[in-house]
Design a protein around this ligand. Structure first.
Ligand code: EPU
Length: 335
């Protein structure tokens, strides 16, 4: 376990917010985490890849950085392979590694920032695939008593950008391992998302491999999402709101261009479109802004504070509510 005192967290959150932790603890194994909890009790904050959070203040206390690595095959037959990833494994590097081995399943989720351990928390999703589609189980430690847990897919109760870790178990666990099921053959190719289709047409590919899907997804994401190593951001700052069928019909009547998608209950509305309609796309005040190419993404051009980004998000929420009667909810965790 490595301990650093009075440490800036700027490089450990993709928004690039410069707040400090009184103590930053790097935990490289399950045992180190158990040991830490036994001696110190709950840390002030458990940190994964720092890709889905907005720091608005210094953390008075310990930040426990989960830095557990490793990729282990835990099951295999002719069709499937189950791989257990250490929670601290970088998500995109893990995706590329699985594709290099010839395994399918994670290609649509290429280039999503963050680590494997936090992927189940918000059920990361993109281009028609969500983590729950490949999830087998996850393991971790309950903060309250240091006891181990293992949750199956049903236990995690995945929803759209949602899971038990954002509800009943919020702030109560440290995830240490995530096991995913990948395909060795008969890959389940999901290429019906408009942007993927048109990119594949451009390169004249009609039966793409998982690697080709990944390349296309990387190209699409690079073309419209800011690279966190250059411009601080946390991906979509808001969730796409889900409205009733009746509300959706009314919205489509008033705004014929509004993109809507079928959701588990009702219709999902493209928040990026609404925010753009309100005139926020490309907005900038000091170093806090709304991305020029994707209005759902708030950005830090360098030295924005978490409070400035938060204040901007509040203005957007109020404006969208006034004009559209829709209550936007942040997707990122406010700290
Ligand atoms: N749109 C606009 N203006 C904008 C942004 C979007 O008009 O500024 C329109 C687009 O033209 C499109 C629709 O809104 O018709 C949807 O846009 P997009 O395909 O970019 O997807 P999204 O709904 O904005 C979601 C996820 C992304 C994920 C993409 C692709 C959420 C909150 N976001 O964005 O996930 O990459 O779909 O599947 O569900 C993330 O969670 O961090 C993230 C980037």
């Amino acid at each position: 376990m490595i301990v650093q005192i009075n440490q800036s967290l700027k490089k450990l959150n993709t928004f690039g917010i410069d707040q400090k932790a009184s103590r930053l603890i790097w935990a490289q194994s399950k045992e180190e985490i158990e040991n830490y909890l036994l001696h110190h009790g709950a840390p002030a904050l458990v940190l994964g890849g720092g890709s889905n959070m907005l720091l608005t203040k210094d953390v008075e206390g310990d930040v426990l950085k989960v830095d557990i690595h490793g990729r282990e095959v835990v099951f295999e037959d002719d069709d499937y392979i189950h791989i257990s990833f250490g929670a601290g494994e970088n998500w995109h590097e893990a995706v590329l590694w699985t594709l290099m081995q010839g395994f399918g399943g994670l290609e649509n989720l290429s280039l999503i920032p963050g680590n494997c351990g936090t992927a189940p928390v918000q059920n990361i999703g993109a281009y028609g695939v969500e983590l729950q589609d490949v999830f087998v189980s996850c393991e971790g430690i309950l903060i309250a008593d240091g006891s181990p847990f293992k949750l199956s897919k049903e236990d995690v109760r995945f929803g759209y950008r949602n899971s038990i870790f954002k509800n009943e178990w919020k702030g109560k666990t440290v995830i240490t391992q995530v096991t995913l099921q990948l395909t060795k053959r008969n890959h389940r190719i999901i290429a019906d998302y408009g942007a993927i289709k048109s990119e594949l047409d451009k390169i004249d590919v009609s039966e793409p491999t998982p690697k080709q899907i990944s390349d296309v997804v990387v190209a699409i994401r690079k073309s419209k999402l800011p690279d966190p190593s250059k411009i601080g951001n946390s991906g979509s700052f808001f969730k796409n709101p889900i409205v009733t069928e009746v509300q959706a019909t009314e919205l489509i009547k008033n705004y014929p261009g509004i993109p809507t998608y079928t959701a588990e209950s009702g219709k999902k509305i493209a928040a990026g479109w609404i925010i753009e309609q309100c005139g926020w796309k490309g907005f900038r005040k000091k170093d806090a802004g709304v991305h020029k190419k994707q209005a759902l993404v708030l950005v830090n051009y360098g030295n924005a504070t978490g409070s400035e980004i938060h204040a901007l998000s509040q203005r957007i929420i109020e404006d969208v509510y006034t004009r559209f009667g829709i209550q936007l909810e942040p997707e990122v965790n406010l700290i």
